[in-house]
Design a binder for this molecule. Structure first.
Ligand SMILES: NC(=O)c1ccc[n+]([C@@H]2O[C@H](COP(=O)([O-])OP(=O)(O)OC[C@H]3O[C@@H](n4cnc5c(N)ncnc54)[C@H](O)[C@@H]3O)[C@@H](O)[C@H]2O)c1
Length: 369
């Protein structure tokens, strides 16, 4: 198969879909690889290294024209839509339930799109988890920074010092993001509360933190009382493939402390706070009613080197499988890839996406057989 890996063009997105060592593996498996000029240079993967590993370095247009499968990191943005051609396979993060325009483009152009974030193996999302681990940790680092007075925050040091109160951190969602955020926040010495609707998960969290963390069932009342008392609120919920539920409403901001911060990690799924809107690393925060909002949709991009290595470790084998068998056979043989298939031959094959936009849904197996 001919595989193309373009340079990411989102603001401050330096991750890349393939490393030179990945190229070597694809090459060994008999595939032809195109890498866009300078695709990995920002994180130390030079064109020369890719070339040595067996890739051809080309411009974006040649890459899209000649490749059967495009391997990216982030969902294509509008300026990239025209490069795609009918029947191409796309392997990347997509978050389609939050992006109607992209969904329409993929359906119209009959792109066979496998979304990293919906690949599921034994109830785990293996290609989302590493980025979630990074985003969870960064959420605490960024919140600790923006809560400082100089950035418009309420001037709390999350750890406090002896004789002063600790900063209060509420984390909504005890999944991978939530757990990693909790690890860092507890490690920093903050007073941490974590909410989830999954009580078994809360029991697990309680156990691994040896009772050094408050766990709360995510009822509306518990959520409101917890955010009212917090300096930092981290939104980390996920309903796989669907838009995030709006758990903190605009009116709820009135009950929060002035200068506290809402960090909406779930923004890539539309955000779990009503007042969230996506921001970029260039301009990450905004203020509504005295409450700071941090809503960067590609947080791991800030630590692009670690993120690229972690991401490609988890995507490599799925990509090699698709390259070997073609997307159809690969999806029929590998249930993880089948779960990842969001669009195929002009049909929407992911229920969460069809529900988000009330568009027709066809079960992936039905389209493939
Ligand atoms: N902004 C970024 O750069 C970035 C990076 C990685 C992940 N994410 C996003 O972070 C979010 C969380 O990802 P994850 O990997 O931790 O998911 P996960 O599936 O591991 O965890 C989600 C948790 O949310 C819980 N949940 C669902 N509804 C809830 C509710 N009403 N109240 C409280 N908890 C609820 C679930 O029970 C689950 O434990 C996702 O939206 C993901 O796309 C964003």
């Amino acid at each position: 198969m001919v595989i193309g890996c373009p340079k990411e063009i989102k603001v401050h997105e330096y991750r890349v879909g393939l490393t030179p060592s990945n190229v070597h593996e694809y090459k060994e498996a008999g595939h032809k690889i195109f890498i866009e000029h300078d695709a990995g240079s920002a994180i130390g993967f030079s064109d020369e290294e890719y070339h040595k590993a067996g890739a051809e370095i080309v411009d974006k247009e040649t890459l899209f024209k000649q490749s059967d499968m495009i391997i990216k990191v982030k969902e294509p943005i509008e300026s990239e839509y025209n490069y795609f051609r009918e029947g191409q396979t796309l392997f990347t993060y997509l978050h389609l339930a939050a992006d109607r325009k992209l969904t329409d483009m993929l359906l119209e152009k009959k792109i066979n799109a496998v979304a990293y974030e919906t690949i599921k193996v034994r109830n785990v999302l293996p290609c989302l988890a590493p980025m979630s681990s990074i985003a969870g940790r960064l959420a605490v680092i960024e919140s600790a920074k923006y809560i400082q007075k100089t950035f418009g925050g309420n001037g709390t040091l999350l750890s406090g010092i002896p004789g002063t109160p600790k900063g209060k951190v509420t984390i909504i969602g005890a999944g991978v993001v939530g757990l990693n955020a909790a690890q860092l926040a507890v490690g920093m010495g903050a007073d941490v509360t974590i909410l989830d609707i999954d009580t078994a998960r809360l029991a697990y969290v309680d156990q691994i933190f040896n009772m050094r963390i408050h766990t709360l069932f995510s009822s509306r009342a518990n959520l409101l009382s917890s955010i009212a008392d917090s300096d930092v609120v981290i939104g980390a919920v996920l309903i796989p493939g669907a838009k995030a539920p709006k758990l903190v409403k605009k009116d709820d901001l009135q009950c929060m402390k002035a200068g506290s911060i809402l960090t909406d990690v779930a923004i890539d799924q539309g955000g779990c706070f009503e007042t969230s809107r996506p921001t970029t690393h260039d301009n990450p925060i905004f203020d509504i009613a005295g409450i700071l909002h941090y809503c960067v949709a590609n947080m791991p991009g800030a630590v692009a080197k670690t993120a690229t290595l972690a991401l490609t470790d988890s995507t490599l084998n799925f990509g090699l499988n698709i390259a070997k068998l073609g997307v159809k056979e690969a999806a029929l043989k590998d249930s993880g890839i089948l779960e990842g298939l969001n669009t195929y031959n002009g049909k929407c094959t992911y229920k969460g996406v069809s529900d988000a936009f009330s568009i027709a849904y066809t079960e992936a197996k039905e389209v493939l057989c």
